[in-house]
Design a protein around this ligand. Structure first.
Ligand SMILES: [Zn+2]
Length: 200
């Protein structure tokens, strides 16, 4: 599922940087500005450079990232939770920012991840065009697939600039999405523990 939704790893039709810059010029003219005025001369270059960073997730593989750093632990099998991981993404419908934070927990089954790996996975999926529901599921399933833990819980809370800046212009509203697998799905107590730890 993940592969179909928004992975572009084998995109042979990727335009050149010059073509991308030209597209920015087109948009600048279309909104009504003068691409020859001084302030805008380097803007296409800057936008393309920024896009490279903001959408770098297409060139990165979460499962590869997670696969590298398994460690054996001394019998630790209780919850591992990384909360309040900040991220930026862009909605796939309007290409404007999604700003939020993610909370990720899993119940190890013999193996744990380096803690920074979880934040990296959020970044890899965040730096693609997204809808929040998809991103939440992708993060959960990539950890599930890589680590085979007893369960994974992911909650994402985010503000969507396409709702705040345009359309219904509702600023400050937060969208919450969750994905639970394994024991987090089947055992309500584990879900409650996850929620309590996040809010605590
Ligand atoms: Zn949108």
């Amino acid at each position: 599922m993940d592969a179909i939704v928004n992975s572009l790893k084998t995109n042979d039709n990727r335009p050149t940087e010059a073509e991308a810059e030209e597209a920015v010029r087109t948009l600048l003219r279309w909104v009504g500005d003068d691409i020859n005025r001084e302030g805008l001369l380097d803007t296409p270059k800057r936008v393309v450079k920024a896009y490279k960073e903001l959408f770098s997730g297409y060139d990165q593989d979460a499962e590869e990232e997670l696969g590298r750093t398994f460690e054996e632990v001394a019998g630790y099998d209780d919850i591992v939770l990384v909360k309040d991981i900040p991220f930026f993404s862009h909605c796939e419908h309007h290409m404007v920012p999604i700003i939020g934070k993610a909370h990720v927990a899993y119940l190890p089954d013999g193996k744990v991840l380096g803690l920074s790996k979880i934040a990296r996975v959020i970044e890899i999926y965040g730096r693609r065009l997204q809808i929040q529901e998809t991103m939440t599921a992708q993060v959960a399933h990539s950890i599930d697939d890589a680590l085979h833990p007893r369960g994974v819980a992911v909650m994402i809370e985010a503000e969507h600039m396409c709702m705040a800046m345009r359309g219904i212009k509702k600023q400050g509203s937060t969208t919450i999405t969750t994905t639970f697998t394994g024991a987090f799905k089947t055992d309500p107590h584990e879900q409650v523990r996850f929620m309590t730890l996040i809010r605590g």
